[in-house]
Design a protein around this ligand. Structure first.
Ligand SMILES: [Zn+2]
Length: 288
């Protein structure tokens, strides 16, 4: 009798476990129906996390410090220690600082960078970890297209040339600019580019398929007055603008003149509004 009871109990336990697994599976499937883009509030710096409907994960910049680890810890389930692609737009502290910790603690499928080098302790640490972990490096240059599956691609618009190995102290204008395209939905990521590169992009001899026009624009250089010319904002013509700038940062980002330029566009500031999450099915999008 007790053997029979035992068996019954085991069968029930297994059935219950299968049911739980099925629920988890449905939950994961449902969550990944959309392309997700998170603009994190990481203080004064940029950090953008992208997850495709098939679960490909991309991190663009990592902010200045360990805050990004908290954000990823909340975003990813505890068993997920793998990020498909890490993108460093340019090697400045407010972009690379947190990324160093990410590539140390997570397994990373590859790094997309301009290859611009810096003679700083921080940059050497970055390089040391890449060598130790043997992470593949891909050099970003305009014209390259990265296929993320699920009909999603990342179109590289800048830098126009291969900058690999060059030491450039003021690296803002070397930033990777990339357009994330999912059907009719586009997001333009701009790093810290300034007016000079904005102008060059507007006048580009090889514009992307739909021009610069994008639903979502990550405002360049934390809303600094060095960037966001009227011409550039008009060319992108975004529905939503996102400024990644820390609360009470010492640089006065975002500048009032930029906010004036954006006065007709719904604008979020991470330091004021917190994390901004955007979901899209390739036609419509939703902000959370
Ligand atoms: Zn920056």
């Amino acid at each position: 009798m007790s053997i029979l009871k035992n068996k019954l109990f085991r069968i029930l336990a297994i059935a219950f476990a299968i049911l739980i697994l099925a629920w988890v599976w449905v939950f994961i499937e449902e969550k990944q129906e959309f392309l997700e883009i998170d603009f994190y509030d990481v203080g004064q710096g940029d950090a953008i996390f992208i997850e495709t409907p098939k679960g490909k994960q991309i991190l663009v910049d990592g902010g200045p410090d360990l805050t990004i680890l908290e954000k990823l810890g909340r975003e990813l389930p505890f068993w997920d220690r793998y990020i498909d692609l890490v993108i460093l737009t340019h090697p400045e502290h407010d972009h690379i600082g947190g990324l160093i910790e990410v590539i140390k603690r997570y397994k990373v499928g590859g790094i997309l960078t301009t290859g611009v080098v810096r003679d700083t302790a921080e940059y050497r640490k970055w390089q040391r970890i890449i060598e130790q972990e043997n992470i593949p490096i891909y050099i970003a240059q305009a014209g390259k297209v990265i296929d993320l599956g699920s009909n999603i691609k990342l179109v590289i618009l800048h830098p126009f040339e291969n900058l690999s190995g060059q030491e450039i102290k003021k690296a803002n204008n070397t930033s990777i600019v990339a357009q994330l395209v999912y059907g009719d939905f586009e997001v333009l990521l701009t790093g810290d580019i300034e007016k000079k590169v904005e102008k060059a992009l507007v006048n580009s001899a090889n514009p992307p398929a739909g021009g610069l026009e994008s639903d979502i624009l990550k405002i360049p250089h934390h809303g600094s007055k060095t960037s966001s010319t009227k011409n550039f904002i008009q060319a992108v013509n975004p529905i939503i603008a996102i400024i990644q700038a820390g609360k009470d940062n010492p640089y006065g980002h975002p500048h009032q003149s930029v906010l004036d330029t954006l006065s007709d566009i719904t604008t979020f500031i991470t330091g004021r509004d917190g994390d901004v999450e955007i979901l899209s099915d390739g036609v419509r999008f939703q902000v959370r």
